[in-house]
Design a protein around this ligand. Sequence first.
Ligand code: MP5
Length: 220
Amino acid sequence: MSFCQEQLTRLEPLWHRMLEHRFLTDTRDGIISDERFAVWMRQDYLFVEAAIPFIAALIAKAPREHWEPLAGVISALEKELRLFEERAATVGVTLRGAPPAFANHAYIQFLMATAYRGSYAEGYTVLYAAEKAYHDSWRVVQAGIDPSSKWYPFVENWAGEAFAGYVAYLQEQLDRLAAQAGPAERTSMAEYFELTTRYEMAFWEMAATGEGWPGDRSEG
Ligand code: MP5
């Protein structure tokens, strides 16, 4: 079994809990409040912005043949930021100003620490797991959302065919990196895979419950 298949099988119960998160099912069913969706938009905008230096740091460790594909990821992230800005302007959401939520802050620190301190294969594992999680998550939303929904452009972005092709490419490349890795590195890649899945779960939970930090007055 390939590395990715092995991890997705091992983590299936956790992955399943991520995909059945109420943020996703409420968005799919058209019952998410605008205020709640705006929390996710503000926070994910910050996450996507932070993903740019993460990819840039990965390029520094990447084999030559990955430079161009990863540079393409940076362009795609810039385009994604424009999508957030366009949607925010259209629906009247203020994107800027909110600090990163606790879970978002931790996830971003994890991305950067992995890119700088981990091996290339470990960083690539985080990239794949995060992209695969988003693809699968937005496919859940796609399965029921009204295509005329104001949130549909986000669904198209991550659940669409182009993104599916990108995730398939990352999977193929990660399987290659894992095949070249020794047993210790493979074990650590599996740990990074699981941690990324847990951060994805935490991100949906934050989107559904609020942007506050423990200790905030409003959090009680
Ligand atoms: C992605 C994202 C997908 N936008 N936000 C989170 C919390 N996880 C994964 O990454 P990308 O780079 O926007 O496709």
